[in-house]
Ligand binder design. Sequence first.
Ligand SMILES: [Fe+2]
Length: 297
Amino acid sequence: MDDSRARTPVGPPIRTPVAADGRLGPADEHPGLSDAGYLRRRHAIAARARGHRVGDPSVPVAYTEAEQRTWRTVHRELWAAQAEHACRAALDARQDAPIPADHIPQHAEVGSRLRELTGFDFTVAGGVVANKRFLGSMAEGWFHAVQFVRHPAVPLFTPEPDVLHDVFGHGIHLTAPAFADIYRMIGRAAMRVDDADVLQMISDVYWFTLEYGVLAEGGTPKAYGAALLSSYGEIRRLHRSDVRPLTVDAMLTTPYDIHGYQPVLFGARSLEEVTDTLHDFLERLDEDSARRFRRCS
Ligand SMILES: [Fe+2]
């Protein structure tokens, strides 16, 4: 089975479930998109984000026993899958991460730990967040995260980002200064520009690094991207991905299909290489960057 992935920076978008025989099925058949009772609950939790200002405290959610059970199931599976397929930097970060096995952590529980370690905190989102707000908030140490939980019938797959994705992916990153510095660097670049195409360029490199990045360790691709770290299915098939050298030009010109597995990933030799590659690109961005890039490509 599969988990989820990100369409825009807020996290995984709708993607296609994978049947037991490996064939792709229509995403809209997922119970998370068609179960009226589930959708009411999901929307009720997401509605808390309406009118939310970045940095306002997240209102705690009284999670049901079924939601807690889903968390425990996914926790067990992801913990083991990450041990095998995540990169050393992510696994080291995980040791300090606020990921309890027995209950869904509230944003306050996650945030207080992240704050101690890197100065980051979660701020609540109800779903997709516009690029400027989502990316720009990272400059000040805020990460937009949702609170709702995936459908219990298919716990290892979700058609959209949920609290498991945010905690198991971004929550791990944001316990480690090396990852947090990348978030801040992206945030500063997003704060400097308003052009939608330039913001999309930032979003594209965010996608291929912090959501889907891999590092080569011992000749094997190991995940550091949040979407991979929180995707039980996808992290286990990294060896089948087309892993290409990390370059900004390639990330800006490689389309991503939001309805299937990510077939192309970009790999670096180290997190330092990721940081340096992004730094050179982000520091030079200005309002004309998209126009210049289109002329040259
Ligand atoms: Fe995400």
